[in-house]
Design a protein around this ligand. Sequence first.
Ligand SMILES: Cc1cc2nc3c(=O)[nH]c(=O)nc-3n(C[C@H](O)[C@H](O)[C@H](O)COP(=O)(O)OP(=O)(O)OC[C@H]3O[C@@H](n4cnc5c(N)ncnc54)[C@H](O)[C@@H]3O)c2cc1C
Length: 332
Amino acid sequence: MVNKIRVAVVGAGISGLTFSRELSDGFSVTIFEKANRPGGRVTSKVINGADLDYGAQFFTAKTPEFQAMVSEMESKSVIESWQGHFIEFDHKAICSERDWDETHPHYVGTPNMSALSEWMADSLDIDYQTTVTHMERKANIWHLYEGDSELGQFDSVVLTMPPKQACDLLPTEHVFHSVLSKIKMRACFALRVVLNEDIDLGFNAALVRNHDISWISKNSSKPKRTGAPSIVVHATNAWADAHLNDDLEQVEKHMLGCLYDITGLPVTAIASSDVKKWEFANAPKRPGSGFLLDHAGGIAVCGDSLVHGRIESAFTSGKQLAKTITHEFETT
Ligand SMILES: Cc1cc2nc3c(=O)[nH]c(=O)nc-3n(C[C@H](O)[C@H](O)[C@H](O)COP(=O)(O)OP(=O)(O)OC[C@H]3O[C@@H](n4cnc5c(N)ncnc54)[C@H](O)[C@@H]3O)c2cc1C
């Protein structure tokens, strides 16, 4: 029997899950994920009876490869097209509105965004609540550690987290540092609001320009949502970058003020609210192959930061890396 190539994937976000699903049978893959769930920035949480998506809000599918997986997920009721009323605000003024429909579908997981990553993670070998803190290469073998405990020995390692976190794990002199250190991820704050009663905002989703917030969604109006009515608001990347270290209570107060400024939502309608900080939320568009591969060194990096800050980009990055590694394996 031929020994399989042992690959450690660090991170069970969309890129890590895609990479692991796509790698051929010649590889044995172990995923290490510091959280207790898959999905990374695609995540949901039940707060005060409301199931809130507080990372990625929806996604589109432009490439045939992603469309193929989207069709499969749709047929299995993992996702659904969100046919909401969409408004664009310029500061407080409505500058355009339309209904999202089947012509350019905007997909969401059902009953929440986490459904997407849970479906992708099914049948993969994932060690949750395991943070890779450092790694060393000895005699062409990677040794991964969480503190003093060795997690395992591997022929190759794939890092799938945002660039700053990947740099923390890479050997100091590695050539990837020069590429990754130039990618500047932008921050975001997500305000999670649970309502006392179902209030009509006049839209399901809104993009806001020229304000400190960029996005408002009536989260509970997405398909197959049960539970308490809820709203999710995102700060602009610029405001979040500038206020990254502010007290979260102040951030919450400011974002509630912005929400009121645009929608007039009365404080009495709010049952509870809180804020989640995303330090590495969004990645600018980047040309290139969508991954970094050091074949001789047995190490690779993939993730949205090497393409664009979108679910589809994270998928593309993981998929392209898996295809390249599989092809090299099959032709050598
Ligand atoms: C607020 C917000 C809103 C967004 N809105 C949208 C949207 O509407 N539509 C859209 O398409 N995209 C959106 N995005 C972007 C989208 O979520 C990302 O592009 C995508 O999820 C990135 O996936 P990834 O696998 O590249 O990275 P990640 O999701 O960041 O996955 C990396 C994983 O690595 C794990 N990890 C990190 N370090 C370690 C370690 N040392 N050991 C073990 N595990 C580790 C993390 O826990 C995480 O699970 C949004 C993102 C945010 C934050």
